[in-house]
Design a protein around this ligand. Sequence first.
Ligand code: SIN
Length: 283
Amino acid sequence: MTRARSSMTSPSSTPEEDFIFPTGGALGAEVRGVDLSLPLSESEVATIRRALLDHFVLLFPGQRITDEELVRFTSYFGRPVEHVRQQRDRPVKEIFFISNVRENGELIGALGNEEVSFHSDLSYLPRPGTLSLLYAVEVPSSGGDTHWCNCSAAYEALGAAAKDELKGLRALHRHYVDSQNPLEPVTHPVVCTHPDSGRRALYVGPHLTKSIVGMPSTDSDALLQRLYDHLSQPRFIWTHSWCLGDLIMWDNRPTMHRRDAFPDTERRVMKRTQVFNDEVPFE
Ligand code: SIN
């Protein structure tokens, strides 16, 4: 890992292309030469924000950071908050563990080793989280890849008739664990507009979206399945196989993600932070 960050400090003299490397896939870019254990300058943060707006998912490989440094990096982009889901006591509350590891018979984190289907984080809340960050602390030798879908490109690829059909539609979102849900049902537009870029994106996924509001269930199921089939085409998906020290930050508004299962005989420990900007998704 390089600690030299001179290429990041003066965007006017060193173009973004010098350190932001698009994946060449459906979305995503790798940010090289940034050491997140050090504080970032305003211009560095502005460059990363711009890159996130352009690429939706950013990979910072080879990081070695403490919990406090992960929270500090997260805070450049909004308010890092304690995750809404309860987790065992831990020194830094804003860190949420995603893991299959057990200590004293209890899982230390969420999601175990199973596959998790496509979703945008916390869409079952009226004000879902905007950005998520995941830092790889232990990775299995196989499996556990994460796949991101470019839901903006998927929306833009729809024909005019399909876009018209979705106008004004809302979908019900619900967590599969009942107690995680707010008392009132949560609905969001099927097509949401990104507040910073103005780009529209499909905002439905099989993990957390339950139905289209006001539609008979067979029609609702058929429409959602049609959208999921469209979204899951390889041309909209980018997959990452995790290495130790990878940190990935993504914007949940124009993307959704899913994770592959991995052998429960191996350990996977990821530290997650979440940014909330109190935004209500809008069409
Ligand atoms: C998630 O679905 O939010 C977790 C992704 C992962 O474990 O890679």
